[in-house]
Design a protein around this ligand. Structure first.
Ligand code: ASP
Ligand code: MG
Length: 401
């Protein structure tokens, strides 16, 4: 039995017309294969449900998940109806009807197990299963959700469990681009990239896929395709790096304005001080990204700079202000006006000079680097946010993307 999984996001299901368009796309596939369609709620719907919940101050509970996951019930019912009109044997199913078993961490549940026996049974009498994304059921029978944006993860999990031929993620863009086309018109669609590159792009600002879904696809060696539900043209394939014949030295430039910089100056240069600072961050659930430490001329005091997510700005500020007794720093400064620019590519691992080129290019445009961080396949720099566009464009240009 050949199974194809097709996932459609919130903007792709946002109207009756759009749902009918999806029915056409699914029909073409259902002639050749068994199909599992995974749907999101209509774009904006889950936010609306969240705002109702805010009025009742309920979070991470059976109630909040029951409400949050209800948007998907609407879209799967409508699409299944549209498929039936077209003569397709289809069944709409909620997560618990498969069932997709998760742990009981409401609003961030992890999938434990998917029962494929039921899927096989449903396919004896149906050609298409229309499955609600983003939801599951805990072992004690409560509805759970996988975290916002989680229907990508549902699609990958179900595709892995039935060993689907492919998992196609339909969205409102026609693939993953070498950079944001809104910043650089010369951005090109990438035809094939590795899971690792996609993960780096996602963590550095390109929001195409739910990060967990890419990690899960990588673990199960499942080929993903990101494509547009409007054009239906071949999109970007995300595959195991062994399938990449030519590994690009740099395959993309991404940016994130979701950053803030923290500098603590005049702290004592002695063992344990970094541990103290970062324990404070951990205790308060603040994620730290780039870290730079330098020792001052006098050899006694040091400065430490690190980045946090912009949403944690106020919290970080108050936590650090309240901790001067423990940390004994001379000055604290926080800056929201920063952006992180990253160049990403598998080929970087075996090529020298990539960083030099990046720094030279930024220097040529008189862009000051505030912090640097690297991984095997990524170099990120922190700069003043006002220089984002010029930095992205010139880097996209200098690596011939
Ligand atoms: N509807 C859910 C959300 O908005 C899940 C998803 O769209 O992937 O987060
Ligand atoms: Mg999404």
């Amino acid at each position: 039995m050949n199974v194809i999984v097709m996932k459609f996001g919130g903007t792709s299901v946002a109207s009756t017309e759009k749902l009918k368009n999806i029915a056409d796309i699914v029909c073409k596939e259902a002639i050749k294969n068994k199909v599992i369609v995974v749907l999101s709620a209509i774009a904006g719907e889950t936010n609306k449900l969240q705002s109702f919940l805010d009025d009742f101050e309920t979070q991470y509970s059976a109630e909040s998940d029951l409400v949050l996951t209800s948007g998907e019930q609407v879209t799967i019912g409508l699409l299944s109806a549209a498929l039936k009109i077209k003569g397709i044997k289809s069944i709409p199913l909620l997560g618990w009807q498969i069932p997709i078993i998760t742990d009981d961490n409401h609003e961030k549940a992890k999938i434990l197990y998917i029962d494929q026996k039921r899927i096989i049974k449903y396919f004896q009498t149906n050609d298409v299963i229309v499955l609600a994304g983003f939801q599951g059921i805990s072992l004690d029978g409560k509805i759970t959700s996988l975290g916002r944006g989680g229907s990508d993860t549902t699609a990958v999990a179900i595709a892995s469990s039935v060993q689907a031929e492919r998992c196609d993620i339909y969205t409102d863009v026609d693939g993953v681009y070498t950079t944001d086309p809104n910043i650089d018109q010369n951005a090109k669609k990438i035809s094939k990239m590795s899971y690792e590159e996609m993960l780096e792009m996602a963590s550095t600002g390109a929001k195409v896929l739910h990060t967990r879904s890419v990690e899960l696809a990588m673990k199960n060696n499942l080929t993903l395709q990101v494509l547009s539900s409007l054009t239906g043209k071949t999109g970007t394939f995300i595959v195991d790096d062994k399938q990449l014949i030519e590994k690009e030295i740099v395959s993309g430039v991404s940016y994130s304005k979701n950053e803030a910089k923290v500098t603590i100056s005049g702290i004592l240069d002695k063992p344990g001080i970094s541990a103290k600072i970062f324990s404070l961050m951990t205790e308060n659930n603040i994620n730290v990204d780039m870290i730079v430490q330098n020792i001052s001329q006098d050899g006694v005091s040091a400065n430490i700079t690190f980045t946090i997510s912009r949403k944690d700005y106020e919290l970080t500020k108050s936590v650090l202000e309240d901790s001067n007794k423990i940390l004994e720093y001379k000055a604290l400064s926080l800056d929201k006006n920063v952006a992180k620019i990253s160049v990403i590519g598998m080929g970087m691992m075996s090529q020298s000079g990539v960083a030099e080129k990046m720094f030279k290019t930024l220097a040529k445009h008189e862009i000051n680097i505030l912090a640097i961080s690297t991984s095997e396949i990524k170099i990120s720099v922190l700069i003043n946010e006002n220089h984002t566009n010029i930095a992205v464009k010139s880097l996209h240009d200098v690596y011939n993307l």
